[in-house]
Design a binder for this molecule. Sequence first.
Ligand code: PMV
Length: 318
Amino acid sequence: MDSTTMKATAHTNIALIKYWGKKNIELNLPTTSSLSLTLDKYYTTTSVSSAEIDSFVLNNQPADATRIHHFLNMLRKQLGDFSPLKVISENHVPTSAGLASSASAFAALTGVVVHELGMNLSNEELSRLARRGSGSASRSFFGNFAVWHKGIDDESSFAESLNASDMPIALVVAEVSHAEKKISSTEGMQRALTSPNYDDWLVKSANQLIDMQSAIQHADIDKVGSIAEDNALGMHALNLTASRQPFTYFTDQTQMILSLIQDMRHQGILAYATIDAGPNVKIITTKDEASTIVNILKNAMPTLAVEVAQSGPGISYD
Ligand code: PMV
């Protein structure tokens, strides 16, 4: 691989139907299919060049390359051997957003490496590879809505774009904390699997996925939000009811925001919560209502950092 200036840019995504459990840890095969919205504001740009050993520079600082080295070795097995790489990434995921960057990071890295190898793979094929780095990365190749089909093996577990009508959906991101999460998503998922409610969650999630696709086809943002909230709270209930080391990512502020969201709904504002592996709350709403929600949050919790995101594009190269 020659030294290069080519860059790949991938945006992060928020799951409206969550991935929360691995059927196979090594292959990152999920127990459920999941569905996401790609976000405009938050993205990772990555380039690679030849090096002595695999190394990683993140936001102009040398960074721990362990996870990237492991991922590149997986790519070497799948695609054919290539020389060590220096991976240079810029994360445009503001710390204030409280959004995970592993989705955009592994999508951008997969995209740029495959391009530099001169291989022409479809986004679905790239998605299959990126899944091995971080499950949610499989969904970050596509703009707007994407579905990650859980599949039954490495070959059949990948994401694809969901053809959707235009809708004025927005996401208000309320940052409760941007501290590193205490329980990794892998560890959280392993604990959740021990919940006696896990099998019910699998059945419910499959039904919610069907309902969500229909709500998206009808551009029914209220329905999208309500299914997403139900799905997210179901995921967090698994954590609380785990038989092995039950836990929660919620803090008092998370609870406070959830109760503000209920008040907003009583006032007729379209607002529904979704929460990932951390305390931050993302509020699904319409472009028109986003500023009202920001104002309510700022009034109630003046120190809270709040951002508004909208639907974002798929991976691009320049
Ligand atoms: O991609 P991972 O391994 O970081 O797991 C992501 C888990 C959630 O963000 C909580 C859900 C999801 O589907 O993105």
